[in-house]
Design a protein around this ligand. Structure first.
Ligand SMILES: Cc1cc2nc3c(=O)[nH]c(=O)nc-3n(C[C@H](O)[C@H](O)[C@H](O)COP(=O)(O)OP(=O)(O)OC[C@H]3O[C@@H](n4cnc5c(N)ncnc54)[C@H](O)[C@@H]3O)c2cc1C
Length: 395
C-alpha cells in the first residue's frame, strides 16, 4: 500500500508544498492528495485588486498540478481527527472521510474580527476570493459619492484603501484605525504613504477603535458614528478553528505548535505551513502571517516530510524577515526593509519601481507554485521509513 500524504489547502504554502513533494517522492510509494475549497490557485496578495474591479489571471489547480500524480479533491475541510488520522470533507455530493499517513495542514487564515459585533453580518473583507467578490458586487451597486470605510491601519488596510480609491474614484474612501496608520514604517516611507492617501483623497481617522459594525455604519469606542455603505474589515488575520478543535497542540491564537521542522509537537505525522503555523523567526519574534513566511515554512515542512519518510538528511531552514512590500494602487508602492529587531530601516524603495517589483515578485511566486524545482531535475525518492515520528531529521 502506498504512503498517503494529504495536503489541506492549496494556497501559497499548500500548493507549493504539494507540487514540490510530488516531484521529489516516487509515485510508486506515495499517494499525494490535495484538498482545497476552490478550484483555482488564488493569488491572495491580489484580492484587493479583485475587489476593486480588476480581473486576475485564472490559475486552475488542475493546471498547476498538471504533470504530477497529485489527486485534487475540491471540498471543504470540516473536521480533522489526528488520533484516527482522518480528515472530514464536504462537497456538493455530501460528506466524506479521507485517511492519511502524513498530513500537511496549510489552510491559511481569514480576517480577525477581534470579537467586534457585527463584523460577520455587516462587514466585507478581502481575505478570500468569495469575500472579495462580494465586496466588488457591493461597490458596483453604489452610486457616485458612495461611502467606503476601511477598518485597519496596517498592510492589508493600506493596500485595500489605496486600491479601492484608485480604481473607484467616484467613491468616497476613508480609513479608520485604532493606532497610527502604518505607524511602524520608517519616516520616508510613512511620508510617501501619506502623500498617496492625500492624492487619492482618502480621509484617515486615527486613534479610533471600532467596537461595533452595523449595516450602514461603524461605531467607535468614543461613540463616533462613521456612516458607511460598505465597511471593509482589514484589521488583521486569524487562523481557522479546525486545528484547535481537532486536539492538535496549538498556540493561544490557534496556530499549530510545531518544532523547527514544522512537525506538530503533539502529532509528529502532522506538519503545518503558511499562516496556520506558529514559528519564531530568526529575529526572535513570531513569524508574521504573510506570503513571505509561507515560503520558508513550506520549504521546512517539505524538507522534513522528505527527510522523515525517505531517511534523507535535510538542511535546516532559516526564518528570516527582511521587510514588507506594500502596494499603493497599481503605479505606486513601498518596499520597507527592517533590521534584525523588525524595526523599519530609515530608507525605503518608493514609487513606481516598488510597485513594479512587487508585481514581479507576486507573479514569480505564482509561477514557482507549479515549478517548485525551478526547472532542475526532480528526484524520485523512495519510501524508506514508515514511522516518521521515530526518525528525527538532522538540523
Ligand atoms: C489582500 C491581501 C494582500 C496581501 N498582501 C501580502 C503581501 O503583500 N505580502 C505578503 O507576504 N503577504 C500578503 N498577504 C498575506 C498572504 O496572502 C498570506 O499570508 C498567504 O496567502 C498565506 O499562505 P497560506 O498558504 O498559509 O494560505 P492561503 O494562501 O490563504 O491558502 C489557504 C488555502 O486553503 C483553502 N482553504 C481554507 N479553508 C479551507 C477549508 N476549510 N477547506 C478547504 N480549503 C480551505 C483556501 O481556499 C486556500 O486555497 C496578503 C493577504 C491579503 C488578503
Amino acid at each position: 500500500m502506498k504512503h498517503r500524504i494529504v495536503v489541506l489547502g492549496a494556497g501559497y504554502a499548500g500548493a507549493f508544498s504539494a507540487t514540490f513533494l510530488a516531484r521529489q517522492l516516487h509515485s510508486d510509494d506515495f499517494e499525494i492528495t490535495v484538498v482545497n475549497a476552490e478550484p483555482d490557485f488564488i493569488e491572495r496578495l491580489r484580492l484587493h485588486q479583485l475587489a476593486a474591479g480588476q480581473e486576475l489571471r485564472h490559475r486552475p489547480l488542475a493546471e498547476v498540478f498538471a504533470g504530477t500524480d497529485i489527486r485534487l479533491r475540491l471540498a471543504r475541510v470540516t473536521d480533522l481527527d489526528p488520533e484516527h488520522r482522518t480528515v472530514t470533507v464536504a462537497d456538493g455530493n455530501g460528506v466524506d472521510r479521507l485517511e492519511y499517513d502524513t498530513l500537511l495542514y496549510a489552510l491559511g487564515s481569514t480576517i480577525a474580527d477581534h470579537g467586534v459585533p457585527g463584523v460577520d453580518e455587516h462587514a466585507y473583507h478581502v481575505a478570500a476570493r468569495p469575500a472579495a467578490l462580494r465586496l466588488r458586487a457591493r461597490l458596483d451597486e453604489l452610486d457616485e459619492g458612495g461611502k467606503v470605510l476601511v477598518v485597519g491601519g496596517n498592510l492589508t488596510a493600506i493596500e485595500a484603501a489605496t486600491e479601492l480609491a484608485e480604481s473607484r474614484p467616484g467613491l468616497r474612501v476613508s480609513l479608520v484605525t485604532r493606532g497610527e496608520l502604518g505607524g511602524w514604517l520608517g519616516a520616508k516611507a510613512h511620508r510617501h504613504m501619506r502623500r498617496a492617501f492625500d492624492r487619492f483623497g482618502i480621509t484617515v481617522h486615527e486613534h479610533s477603535a471600532i467596537v461595533r459594525v452595523e449595516e450602514a455604519a461603524a461605531i467607535a469606542a468614543d461613540g463616533t458614528v462613521f456612516g458607511s455603505d460598505a465597511t471593509v474589515w482589514a484589521a488583521g488575520f486569524a487562523v481557522h478553528s479546525i486545528a484547535a478543535a481537532s486536539g492538535l497542540a496549538v498556540e493561544p491564537n490557534g496556530q499549530i505548535t510545531v518544532d523547527r521542522q514544522m512537525r506538530s509537537v503533539s502529532h509528529p505525522n502532522v506538519y503545518a505551513a503558511g499562516d496556520s503555523v506558529f514559528v519564531i523567526g530568526d529575529n526572535g519574534l513570531p513569524y508574521p502571517m504573510s506570503c513571505a513566511s509561507a515560503g520558508p515554512t513550506s520549504k521546512a515542512a517539505t524538507a522534513a516530510i522528505i527527510g522523515d519518510l525517505t531517511g534523507r538528511k535535510v538542511a535546516p531552514t532559516t526564518f528570516s524577515y527582511i521587510g514588507n512590500h506594500i502596494s499603493l494602487g497599481r503605479n505606486d508602492g513601498l518596499f520597507q526593509l527592517v533590521d534584525g529587531d523588525a524595526r523599519a530601516k530609515p530608507g525605503a524603495l518608493r514609487g513606481w519601481a516598488a510597485a513594479r517589483i512587487k508585481s514581479a515578485i507576486i507573479n514569480t511566486a505564482a509561477w514557482a507554485i507549479s515549478r517548485p524545482t525551478f526547472g532542475k531535475p526532480s528526484h524520485q525518492y523512495r519510501l524508506a521509513i514508515r514511522e516518521p515520528s521515530t526518525h528525527p531529521v538532522a538540523g
